[in-house]
Design a protein around this ligand. Structure first.
Ligand code: GUN
Length: 288
């Protein structure tokens, strides 16, 4: 193996310890960071994610609220709950777990969340803020990837970063964050021709496609940094990413494993965003 591992568990532990210290300080000043997680329906993966988010909040000393609703919940009722949470001073972050049942317009629900409490960073105001370099919450998974690059002291200036995948949650915001750090950014997707020619030019590759083995050793320039956002299952049912880890680790300079790479960072950045929102709330009350 030539690549060095970027350990998302270790980095998360370090960042979460600091979040807990800062949360205790805020609590002592009268503002306990609070996150509300809303889950609609019985999606089993969502149930696991939500449980992990609530557990992480509790471990960081946050106030956490989990609202679970039946899959038949009406869209208007969900919108009402979001409005109530917008007006709840004990809540600084609102997360509506996706996917939502098909009868609910997910975008409409996301747009109902106050941008000041949009700790997922999915609201169009948050997306617009990221695009224009204004203050706003960054989506947690790409934000976690940026923290991982920071943790190895990697300077993106002048580097070629290739993002595989163009989702609103990972690919597009990831590209904007890399661009903000002065990388030259290429976004690849299902319509990309000659994918390998492009990835072979990359100094940094972020794989966020949602399919196993989309990045193999022959597609990676020696020494490149490879961040694997994928969460898939292999034939034996074991968790794996988008990257052929065994092959790529022999070529890359740095690589994130799955599990234990980007995954834990997503929840860590959710805590970071919620803490920041609580800090903003304290600053606002002090300014009045
Ligand atoms: N479903 C899968 N990942 C996420 C996430 O980061 N936030 C929300 N709200 N739903 C998700």
């Amino acid at each position: 193996m030539t690549a060095q591992l970027i350990d998302g568990n270790a980095l998360s532990k370090q960042l979460r310890a600091q979040v807990a210290i800062d949360a205790a300080k805020l609590t002592a000043q009268g503002v306990k960071p609070g996150l509300a997680v809303v889950l609609v329906g019985e999606n089993s993966a969502s149930q696991v994610y939500v449980r992990n988010k609530v557990k992480a909040c509790e471990e960081a000393g946050f106030h956490s609220v989990l609202e679970k609703y039946d899959a038949t919940l009406a869209e208007t009722d969900l919108l009402q709950r979001v409005h109530a949470l917008n007006n709840d001073a004990s809540i600084h972050g609102i997360l509506v777990q996706l996917p939502l049942p098909a009868h609910i317009d997910a975008q409409k629900v996301i747009e109902a969340i106050s941008p000041a409490k949009d700790v997922d960073g999915f609201h169009i105001a948050s997306a617009g803020a990221l695009m224009t370099g204004m203050k706003g919450f960054w989506p947690c998974t790409p934000y976690g990837c940026m923290k991982m690059l920071e943790s190895i002291g990697y300077s993106l200036k002048g580097k070629h970063a290739v993002v595989m995948g163009r989702s609103n949650i990972v690919g597009k915001p990831m590209a904007l964050m890399l661009l903000q750090q002065n990388a030259t950014v290429t976004i690849c997707h299902s319509g990309t021709v000659n994918l390998k020619d492009i990835t072979l030019q990359a100094d940094v590759i972020v794989a966020a496609v949602g399919k196993r083995n989309v990045l193999t050793a022959d597609m990676v320039k020696p020494g490149a940094v490879v961040l694997d956002v994928g969460m898939n299952r292999n034939d034996e049912g074991k968790l794996c990413g988008d990257v052929d880890f065994e092959g790529v680790k022999e070529v890359a300079g740095y690589i994130t494993p799955v599990p234990g790479g980007v995954g834990p960072m997503t929840i860590t950045m959710l805590l970071v965003n919620t803490l920041e929102s609580a800090q903003n709330a304290l600053n606002t009350t002090q300014a009045i």
